[in-house]
Design a protein around this ligand. Structure first.
Ligand code: GLU
Length: 483
């Protein structure tokens, strides 16, 4: 049972599209607000648009919340299962004279609206059904005429205080009597939302700013139904770097697409938390505990937030870097398998070795999927050689030096970083050449890249045989071409 002082917030997604970044941020802010205040976070699926709602989309919402770790305390409630509740309140509104039946055919009204728009005239419902005589009404009822229910919009303006945008005033002169119950008995969003927020004891409605134009309508419903009003906080838009509303043009919008790319949920949460809210200092990387502790609606910026993918990638890289090798291995597993770097059976057998690769490569991953490019050479032989890097070292002199050193490599019995380094340093000293003259080509010949983790560790992890094979292949190709 709800305690009087309890903070109760809700996430109320419509399962008509993928769970996107904007919805994820709304969910997160509600969750943070609930957790900060030891309140309740409620999940309510607004699935009254039967045609556009789907089970698949409901699943993406549940998956998305689950992935981010936004656990809910009540629900999920489904509006489609609560139709009787909405009807009860609609009846109350009719009984009290705040709403009336409308027998107009939606197609007829749509045609009228279109015609007016064509003539550049505004159009709003003219209350013709409100003005039906009792006789006319009886006639319609007798004929069992399909009917919707409209809310009788008063002519006074609505003023409300938004916790983020301050005072909002809405004049109703241009607002028609909106439909609250459709002919098919399904309530519209505003009715169902207002009823549910009241029935579920919601104390703070925290939602996207797109809904700020709906709020006055919901306030009218609250007033007509004698409900106590919640507080409202409308979250700013999320824009792409071109200042346009975030959409598919800006890359992935669906939250789960970020999981597939290898973003870490903790980094995503940290990033989304800062997409409109600030802790009041410059701190960027924060634990979830710290974010909960500091979160407040007061520090939400009313200005639109800009989605900066580079920042997200940087932050994700920071989270990966801070993971233990074991944690990184757990997160990387699906990618190692997807890229066919390893079979599920080998994961266990080679665990110790993979852990060391994780430790070596950690710093170079912004997203987990970067392992494909940054770490491929550890696992398989079909990696690419950066053409320019290779070109740089394909000279007779270099080839000779590498060839000579590879013979020494063959003799190293304990092929570990320390022994490889010792041999290499001894070799270059004897030859009186700078170490880099050997280190650079060795790296490129064995990894295809100019950069990477420390060379000696890299060679050790690739293993003696594979290193020598790779070096031999490069030398052979060179010699074949250059006689
Ligand atoms: N169902 C609405 C949506 O998904 C949210 C409504 C609300 O939070 O009040 O946009």
């Amino acid at each position: 049972m709800k305690k009087d002082s309890e903070i109760r917030v809700r996430m109320a997604p419509s399962p008509t599209g993928f769970f996107h970044l904007g919805s994820a941020r709304t969910a997160l802010y509600n969750w943070l607000f609930a957790r900060h205040n030891q309140g309740k976070f409620i999940l309510r699926v607004e699935d009254t648009d039967v045609q556009r709602s789907s089970k698949e989309m409901i699943q993406t919402i549940l998956d998305g919340l689950g992935w981010l770790g936004l656990n809910w305390d009540e629900g999920p409630y489904f509006q489609s299962e609560r139709l009787a509740i909405y009807k009860k309140y609609v009846q109350q509104l009719i009984d009290k004279g705040y709403a009336y039946y409308c027998y107009c055919r939606p197609e007829d009204l749509a045609r009228e609206r279109e015609a007016a728009l064509k003539n550049k005239q505004s159009w709003k419902y003219d209350r013709r059904c409100l003005n039906l005589t009792p006789e006319q009404k009886k006639e319609k009822e007798r004929a069992n005429h399909p009917k919707a229910v409209r809310f009788l919009v008063p002519d006074h303006p609505v003023v409300f205080y938004d916790l983020i945008h301050k005072e909002i005033k809405r004049d109703f002169a241009d607002i028609e009597d909106f439909i609250i119950l459709r002919q098919n008995g399904i309530p519209t969003y505003n009715l169902a939302c207002a009823v549910d927020d009241y029935e579920m004891g919601i104390t703070h409605v925290i939602r996207a700013v797109e809904h700020i134009t709906n709020t006055p309508k919901q306030i009218l419903l609250y007033e007509a139904l004698n409900f106590s009003k919640p507080e409202f906080a409308h979250l700013p838009l999320i824009l792409g770097e071109d200042r346009k509303k975030l959409s598919k043009r800006h890359g992935a919008v669906s939250l789960m697409a970020y999981k597939e790319k290898g973003f870490i949920p903790e980094a995503m949460v940290n990033f989304l938390a800062l997409l409109g809210w600030s802790p009041g200092n410059d701190k960027e990387i924060m634990s979830i505990k710290e974010i909960i502790q500091r979160f407040s609606l007061k520090r939400i910026n009313p200005a639109n937030a800009i989605f900066d993918i580079q920042k997200l990638e940087w932050m994700n890289g920071q989270y990966i870097y801070r993971m233990s090798d074991g944690e990184l291995l757990e997160s990387l597993k699906p990618f190692l398998i997807k890229f066919k770097f390893i079979t599920p059976a080998e994961l266990d057998k080679k665990r110790e070795w993979i852990l060391r690769v994780c430790g070596a490569i950690k710093k170079r991953l912004k997203v987990l999927a970067d392992i494909d490019k940054a770490g491929r050479y550890f696992f398989v032989e079909d990696f690419e050689y950066e053409p320019r890097a290779l070109e740089k070292h394909l000279h007779k002199e270099t080839i000779e030096i590498v060839k000579e050193f590879s013979r020494i490599m063959e003799t190293i019995t304990d092929f570990d970083g320390a022994h490889i380094e010792e041999s290499l340093r001894g070799f270059v000293k004897e030859k009186n050449i700078p170490a880099r003259n050997l280190i650079h080509p060795l790296r490129v010949f064995t990894t295809g890249k100019e950069g990477g983790p420390g060379l000696f560790l890299t060679l050790e992890l690739i293993g003696k045989e594979r290193c020598l094979k790779r070096i031999k292949k490069i030398i052979k190709n060179y010699e074949e071409k250059n006689g």
